[in-house]
Design a protein around this ligand. Structure first.
Ligand code: 13P
Length: 409
């Protein structure tokens, strides 16, 4: 179960002086390439999905694949919404399976940035989830991602950084100290002094956007000064593009599969080299033992109804799916009816929460209270309920036999 709490993951990196890669993915080649690299390097990794890339893939189709890949990985993984534009984006990401969200209101003025970020923090924290905010502005200069970040650089100031973190409660801060999204023009000059002061004042994991194109030395100095998460995309898109062009030159008749040959491996090699440089390589086992795993909670109710026809029950269930499914932190609402006519209990709800923190917030949420009072309780009679997490402990055959009282013949 290698989905881990992202706050714990980045705190571990921050405390131990290394940075975790937040690799933006736009296809399955990226997803598989990134995870293969993390497995080879034994590195914790953040699978990052940027809202600005949603025109390249269907977020709701991609997330189940990302989640499945994360769950079968043997290294610690977090799934992060990158550059979320609004509270609605954050709620959707939480519902879809992210366990960390970034809200990016860095293009707005300080007051508006605080207002938007604070709302996202309140909602995400109620779902047990950490938030990254950005202060100052990291623009794009050229390359695939540049046009998505128009405008001029604005450096993060120390005074604003302190006030922003205090007022919003963000868990990680993305700073602007001279990096750019997309390709660099020349060698960027990074303001390490500014970074150092921000780090000393805030003492929380810092984030660098626009990782592509920095030198090894620049990365090392960033990490020394509190950077625990490095966002990286353009360089991966570039190695993929180079690979596709080489395939096209090698065989001008190539079609899709021919053109995509070795793309995943090229992405993977680039990611692995970054993990080794950033110091996350070799940290997987430690992170898995020290960080909380990220596990959903299933809220199960089985019940009977008194004096109600099937149509009324079905209307109540449909309304419940709609209303309860919209509460932040609720991932899915399943309603059901027993197959056997003579079952002791005839009906069921299964509500999936992304995190145990959601249990109490869900119970108190006005939409839940109104639905329960007006529609559910008047119909439902006898019922039992449980909030549970799946148990996935695997005993070896030997210890199982020992527990069962020795060998069975
Ligand atoms: P690059 O594309 O410059 O690597 O930046 C990625 C990034 O910051 C995504 O948030």
């Amino acid at each position: 179960m290698p989905l881990v709490d992202m706050k714990d993951m980045l705190q571990h990196a921050y405390d131990h002086g290394y940075a975790v890669g937040a690799l933006d993915l736009v296809s399955l080649e990226f997803l598989e390439g990134i995870l293969a690299a993390a497995e080879r390097a034994r590195a914790p990794v953040i699978l990052s999905l940027a809202e600005s890339h949603f025109e390249y893939f269907d977020f709701e189709l991609m997330l189940p694949a990302v989640e499945a890949a994360a769950k079968r990985a043997s290294v610690p993984v977090a799934i992060h919404l990158d550059h979320g534009a609004s509270i609605e984006s954050a709620v959707r990401a939480i519902k879809s399976g992210c366990n960390g969200v970034m809200v990016d209101a860095s293009h707005t003025d300080f007051g508006e940035n605080v207002r938007v970020t604070k709302r996202v923090v309140e909602t995400a924290h109620a779902c047990g989830m950490p938030v990254e905010g950005e202060l100052g502005y990291v623009p794009g200069v050229e390359g695939e991602d540049a046009e998505r970040h128009p405008g001029e650089v604005a450096y993060t100031t120390l005074a604003e950084a302190k006030a922003y973190v205090e007022r919003t409660g963000v868990d990680f801060l993305a700073v602007s100290i001279g990096t750019v999204h997309g390709h660099m023009k020349g060698k960027p000059k990074l303001d390490y002094q500014r970074l150092k002061q921000i780090n000393e004042a805030l003492a929380i994991p810092l984030v660098i956007h626009g990782g592509s194109g920095l030198s090894d030395d620049q990365f090392r100095r960033l990490i020394t000064n509190g950077v625990a998460k490095i966002n990286y995309f353009t360089a991966l898109a570039d190695v993929a593009g180079t690979c596709i062009r080489a395939n096209a030159r090698a065989d001008r008749t190539s079609s899709y599969t021919g053109l995509m040959k070795n793309v995943q491996e090229a992405i993977s090699a680039e990611v692995e080299s970054r993990m080794r440089l950033w110091g996350s390589a070799g940290r997987a086992a430690e992170v898995l033992t020290r960080c909380r795993s990220w596990m959903p909670v299933e809220h199960l109710i089985i019940y009977n109804v008194e004096d109600a026809d099937e149509t009324r029950v079905e209307i109540m269930m449909a309304e419940g799916r709609r209303v309860l499914g919209g509460i932040p932190g609720v991932r899915e609402v399943v309603t059901g009816k027993a197959v056997q006519q003579d079952a002791k209990y005839r009906y069921t709800w299964l509500v999936r929460f992304c995190h145990p923190a959601v249990i109490d917030n869900y119970r108190r949420h006005p939409d839940h209270v109104a639905f329960a009072d007006r529609m559910f309780r008047p119909l439902a009679g006898e019922r039992i309920s449980i909030d549970f997490q799946t148990v996935e402990t695997i005993f070896s055959v030997r210890s199982h036999h020992d527990m069962a009282g020795g060998e069975r013949r």
